[in-house]
Design a protein around this ligand. Structure first.
Ligand SMILES: NC(=O)c1ccc[n+]([C@@H]2O[C@H](COP(=O)([O-])OP(=O)(O)OC[C@H]3O[C@@H](n4cnc5c(N)ncnc54)[C@H](O)[C@@H]3O)[C@@H](O)[C@H]2O)c1
Length: 306
């Protein structure tokens, strides 16, 4: 299959790229390297350096590419930056996505896999783990943008017959994660310890996230090639892990090189979230297999040897 991966030089996209190439697909990566790294682009991928907000470039890529599938991961992923500069967030995440969707329609690409967020889209849900029927109450420009993209995808699918699989990720972590953004606390603590600095726990540290290892997320993207037609799926483990537990897992992986955590002032953020992924089990044949401690160990080792 001829597959375009936007954001294929980034953390999650580059792992998907490697797996798709292993499986024999013809992969093109479109990335502007704003956070992605050149060394993450597989030597067997066709690389196009460019920006998804550049409409004429996107059209040229699609005209030449004759893709059978788009896997759309390029985005501005920093929730806090989206508060500081909502226009830039909208330009990249919403207008950029519309450029991709418009080109798909015009150049007859039948399906998109879209990286959305389960960690940010549900706001403060009453029931945790939250399933896909939980009302979306996006609490940030970033989450508003992702929900808007989901709505455009659904609408354009009805109008033009494009098929889609929307994956609402929990907090993805693993090797190559950049130490900032929506969900980078494992990477942030790992990098601080590697630099000989104390990890900082903001506020009480009792706020929770649902951590899912990147290889499990890649598996969802593999299964979504042929399954999950026109479905929206949470991709998470359904387990709440608080910041103290993240610090404990990362410092355990560092052994006697670990440094005591420091405490900082609370920052406004979602207090608790975990995702119910029963729908992905049924519709995508997907279950996460990597537990948090194992995933953190692999991640810390990979950062140490990078
Ligand atoms: N990391 C998570 O926990 C998480 C959770 C929910 C959703 N997501 C979504 O998954 C996707 C990938 O996230 P990630 O963690 O790998 O982030 P990342 O920053 O590592 O990857 C994003 C990639 O997109 C590229 N990019 C950014 N703006 C671009 C533009 N205008 N044109 C072309 N390329 C551009 C970057 O250079 C980078 O390679 C994003 O859509 C993000 O919103 C991530």
């Amino acid at each position: 299959m001829r597959i375009l991966i936007t954001g294929g030089a980034g953390f999650i996209g580059s792992h998907i790229q490697d797996k798709y190439i292993d499986l024999g697909h013809d992969v093109t990566v479109l990335d502007n390297f704003s956070t992605g790294k050149r060394e993450y682009v597989n030597t067997e991928a066709n690389l196009i350096e460019g920006d998804i907000t550049n409409e004429s470039l996107v059209r040229e890529v699609f005209e030449n590419g004759k893709f059978n599938l788009v896997n759309h991961h390029a985005a501005q992923i920093n929730v806090r930056s989206s508060f500081d500069d909502p226009i830039n967030d909208c330009r990249i995440n919403v207008i950029g996505t519309l450029n991709i969707l418009k080109a798909m329609i015009d150049f007859h690409v039948p399906k998109i896999i879209f990286a959305s967020t389960g960690g940010a889209i549900y706001g403060y849900p009453e029931i945790i783990p939250a399933d896909e029927n939980t009302p979306a109450v996006p609490g940030s420009p970033y989450a508003i943008g992702k929900l808007t993209c989901e709505n455009y995808i659904r609408n354009l699918s009805e109008l033009y017959g494009i098929r889609f699989t929307i994956l609402r990720y929990a907090n993805v972590y693993g090797p190559r994660q950049i130490a900032r953004g929506e969900a980078g606390v494992v990477a942030i603590y790992t990098e601080r310890l590697l630099d000989g600095k104390a990890p900082v726990i903001f506020g009480t540290g009792n706020n929770t996230r649902d951590y899912v290892y990147v290889d499990d997320v890649v598996k969802a993207n593999v299964n979504a090639i042929g399954m999950g037609e026109n479905g929206i799926f949470n991709i998470g483990r359904g387990v709440e892990t608080n910041v103290h537990e993240v610090y404990a897992a990362v410092s355990k992986a560092f052994g006697d090189k670990a440094i005591e955590a420091e405490f900082g002032n609370a920052v406004p953020e979602v207090e608790r979230i975990a995702l119910d992924a029963t729908l992905a089990k049924n519709g995508l044949d997907w279950v996460p297999v990597i537990d948090f401690e194992t995933g953190v160990n692999i991640t810390v080792k990979s950062f140490m040897s990078a």
